[in-house]
Design a protein around this ligand. Structure first.
Ligand SMILES: CC(C)(COP(=O)(O)OP(=O)(O)OC[C@H]1O[C@@H](n2cnc3c(N)ncnc32)[C@H](O)[C@@H]1OP(=O)(O)O)[C@@H](O)C(=O)NCCC(=O)NCCS
Length: 153
């Protein structure tokens, strides 16, 4: 049984969150293959306070991370999910799909959030699969070399 939840990042757990990685050699780097490091994202959220950062916990262990918040698209404010990752040691076990449901449930409760945008590198087939499985639709539009997706609640 999967016992997952999203938890706040605190002074007690931020080091664990920073040490998560998608790199095969288990060493976090600032720019990983498909996602910027959690350490960078946590720093970014301190200086740009609109971003909400959450850790993904499974059975008491921190295994993932996500960041979300408002952003500008075509002159209007929309909600974006970004920096979603599951640590390489925990990938491929269903945690990403489950964590995505928890993140969307949380975003749905944000004031005025009736749709969520995200972007994916075109060759990131695994991420595309779980996002489409969760109801995201490709908008056939590229932003900074990434494909834009949207999900409506
Ligand atoms: C993308 C990510 C969050 C998914 O988390 P995960 O725990 O590995 O995913 P899950 O185990 O829950 O599900 C993986 C799904 O992808 C499928 N999958 C795996 N490799 C795939 C591939 N190459 N192409 C298509 N689907 C693939 C699996 O079959 C599974 O789907 P299913 O349950 O319908 O069979 C995680 O792999 C990750 O952190 N990747 C690196 C960072 C990243 O890409 N983040 C997203 C940035 S937009």
């Amino acid at each position: 049984m999967i016992l997952m939840k999203l938890i706040d990042i605190t002074k007690e757990n931020y080091v664990q969150v920073a040490m998560l990685t998608t790199n095969d050699d288990l060493k976090p780097t600032v720019l990983e293959r498909y996602v910027t490091s959690n350490a960078f994202s946590m720093a970014q959220s301190k200086y740009s306070e609109k971003w909400i950062t959450k850790a993904v916990e499974n059975d008491g262990n921190i295994i993932g991370f996500a960041m979300y918040g408002p952003t500008e698209l075509d002159g209007k404010t929309v909600f974006q999910l970004c920096r979603f990752m599951i640590d390489v040691r925990a990938q491929g076990k269903g945690f990403g799909k489950e964590a995505l449901k928890l993140i969307l449930d949380e975003m749905k409760e944000l004031d005025g959030c009736d749709e969520v945008y995200l972007s994916i590198e075109p060759d990131n087939k695994r991420a595309r699969h779980i996002y489409e499985d969760a109801g995201f639709v490709c908008l056939d539009r590229e932003i900074c070399g990434e494909l834009l997706f949207k999900r409506t609640f």
